[in-house]
Ligand binder design. Structure first.
Ligand SMILES: [Zn+2]
Length: 128
């Protein structure tokens, strides 16, 4: 896997962020085992809960395409802090995999890698 390429794809997606309220531009790039890359960006709304995180935009696009075997996810946002995924995104990622390396980047050369099992060790599961 080319980490820099995935971070760059997330960075490019962040440029299309719709974030007039927070001004916090986030991009995500999800690499699947088939070698496809799905990108997403955060899309805000005047009704704040109606907005959507970059990670979920990318993940839902992959699922929509029937591409649900994931290799890695890069999240990119410039700033002082690493753009860790929010709790909702951690739960959504955990719905599809308990073993995904997430590259959390605040620049192309400054990143940390965490597995979803570290970020959300005890996921909520619904059994019927
Ligand atoms: Zn989120």
């Amino acid at each position: 896997m080319d980490i820099k390429k995935l971070i760059n794809a997330a960075k490019e997606a962040s440029a299309r962020s719709y974030s007039p309220y927070s001004k916090y531009k986030v991009g995500a790039a999800l690499l699947t085992k088939d070698g496809n890359i799905y990108t997403g960006t955060n899309i805000e709304n005047a009704s704040f809960p109606a907005g959507m995180c970059a990670e979920r935009v990318a993940l839902f696009e992959a699922i929509k395409n029937g591409d649900d075997q994931f290799e890695a996810l890069a999240i990119y946002a410039e700033g002082d802090n690493f753009p860790f995924p929010c709790g909702i995104c951690r739960q959504v990622i955990s719905e599809f995999t308990r073993d995904l390396n997430i590259i959390i980047a605040r620049s192309e050369n400054d990143y940390v890698i965490k597995n979803i099992s570290e970020l959300l060790p005890d996921t909520f599961e619904f059994s019927i």
